[in-house]
Design a protein around this ligand. Sequence first.
Ligand code: BEZ
Length: 235
Amino acid sequence: MEETTVFSMPRIGEKAPAFKAVTTQGEINFPDQYAGHWVILFSHPADFTPVCTSEFMTFAHLENKFEEVNCKLVGLSVDGLYSHIAWLRTIKDKIEYKGMKNVEVKFPLIEDITMEVAKKYGMIQPGESSTKAVRAVFVIDPKGIIRTVIYYPLSLGRNFDELLRVVYALQTADAFSIATPADWRPGDDVIVPPAGSCGVAKDRMEGKSDMHCYDWFFCTKKIDKDTVWKTITKK
Ligand code: BEZ
């Protein structure tokens, strides 16, 4: 009987689908092994390809910035382990790109020849390619809950300022029970949830609080960069 392929699309707010896999850093048990840490699980289409190489070098170069906010990196493609190892060695030994050289990728890169994990995470999108994973990004919190999902097509390299910004913003929202407006970066004003009672809303509108209100439903307040930074880096 023909086997049915199950493609799933994990969604924001759901538990990250569990799997065990072989990686360039040994076996992993995902997401349980990462309990207590934020994780970015990301896929790339293929080893030994240029966009992916630029991304891997950038991820490795920025790994300490992700570590600073307790965020681990885990990569995946549907290539095999020996391909992964050879590609990462080539990157380290031969590629100099935008001032980055001798770049060692220390985070795990999952081998997924069977596409089992890629299919579980909606990384195989047949309209784009049925043999390669698209560029997926799953930001997963310390409880193993998916908090952000971003998919990019094969031709589009990711924006790493944005990936860091997403982790900073999610952690800040959790720590201060606020939301973050368009293009927010640490130090910018944050959005205060709508007031629960008319009295509170009136105080806000009359400026009797630390908030600035553009209207009754749109209030912001300051949280300085230092406070955000000390909170999310636990320094
Ligand atoms: C790349 O990483 O350069 C790439 C991979 C697959 C398709 C297109 C581009």
